[in-house]
Design a binder for this molecule. Structure first.
Ligand SMILES: [Zn+2]
Length: 218
């Protein structure tokens, strides 16, 4: 007799598959076995997985290094990022840089932009939006920055910004988004799927966003 892994009630023997006795819970009807062949993925593996992701490893490599399936790697990434919120930052009267990084999901025609903002002084990432380069998406990032009562916001010459950032604090000079452009290079180096001139790319926008969140905020 086995205690149910899910609800704690009694399980009864229910068939044998691949020579292993299966059990079924009488209450929640879930099938389970007594001892699983592979160990559950613990906290150490999860922490390591995040580090590998942030050091330029793709999902397939992580899967091989940790000997867990690709779908497990994806599942863990999604689980970890769920609890990641952009940091609670209490500041005002600071300068920020906003920039967009171009990539694609699935195929080169399916453009996707990573728009994000950092504090110009300390480089801390403030907010992140992954998706098309639309006013709506850019506005999300801009609004987060505006909520900190910024002294100045530095962007490139993209026209959309003019309509959503108050003119008094909007700066569009050349060489003024140095810090965030350096950060773009960090992302290209450390996030496998953003690397140029490789065959690595995102197949799924949610995974792209999740991997970025792990990099920026974990
Ligand atoms: Zn049960």
């Amino acid at each position: 007799m086995l205690e149910c892994n899910y609800c704690g009630n009694k399980c009864i023997k229910k068939g044998i598959r691949s020579g292993i006795q299966r059990f079924r819970c009488q209450t929640c009807m879930k099938y389970q076995i007594n001892t699983y062949r592979r160990q559950r993925i613990g906290k150490t593996d999860t922490d390591l997985l995040v580090k590998l992701n942030n050091e330029g490893m793709g999902i397939s490599s992580i899967s091989r290094i940790l000997s867990i399936s690709k779908s497990s790697v994806q599942r863990i990434i999604l689980r970890v990022q769920q609890y990641l919120k952009r940091p609670e930052i209490d500041e005002s009267d600071q300068s920020y840089e906003i920039d967009e990084l171009r990539t694609y999901v699935g195929n080169k025609k399916n453009e996707c932009w990573v728009t994000y903002a950092i504090n110009k002084q300390n480089g801390i990432p403030i907010d992140l939006v992954v998706g098309r380069r639309t006013t709506e998406n850019l506005r999300k990032v801009v609004n987060t920055v505006l909520s900190f009562n910024p002294k100045a916001i530095f962007t490139d010459g993209l026209n959309i910004y003019k309509g959503i950032i108050p003119e008094a604090i909007h700066k569009i000079y050349r060489y003024n988004t140095n810090k965030i452009e350096r950060m773009n290079l960090n992302l290209r180096t450390h996030i496998k799927r953003l690397a140029r001139k490789t065959i690595c790319y995102s197949k799924n926008q949610i995974m792209l966003e999740s991997c970025l969140k792990l990099y920026l905020w974990e």
